[in-house]
Design a protein around this ligand. Sequence first.
Ligand SMILES: [Fe+2]
Ligand SMILES: [Fe+2]
Length: 143
Amino acid sequence: MVEASFEDEYPAVGIPRMDEDHAKIAMALRQLIEAVRSDDTTAAKVLARALIERTIEHFFLEKGLMEEISFEFIERHRLAHQDFLTEAQRALEELTERGLTVDCLRWTSETMAWFRNHVRTEDLALARALMLRYGHVAQLPKS
Ligand SMILES: [Fe+2]
Ligand SMILES: [Fe+2]
C-alpha cells in the first residue's frame, strides 16, 4: 500500500499567505519526523524548536487576520492554537531534558494529525470568512 504523502492530505485553504505558511510548517514537520525516525536527538531538538517558532509566527498571522474581520470563531480558534503550543512546549522540554521518549514520539505523530485536522476545519472556516469579507483573495490587505 502506498502511504499518502503529507501534502496529499494537507489541502490549500485558498489564502496564499496561509497556504505558504502551511507548506513551510509541513516541511519543518517532515524534517522533524525524519530526525525522530533516525533517532537523532540533537537534530530533533533543533528542528522541534524551529517548527515551534515557525508555528508561533503563523498563529500570529492568523490572529491578525481574524481580528481584521472580527471573525466570529476567533476565541475557539485562538484557544486551539494556544493548546497546541502548550503541548509543543511541553514536548520540547521533554526532548531537551530526557531525549526521544515515548511521549515525544507520540507528540510528533499527533502533531501531523493535529495540523491536518486544524487546516481542514478551523483554518478553512477562517479562509472562507476572509473570502466572504474581501470578495476575492487578490483584494486581501497585504499587511
Ligand atoms: Fe493555519
Ligand atoms: Fe489556525
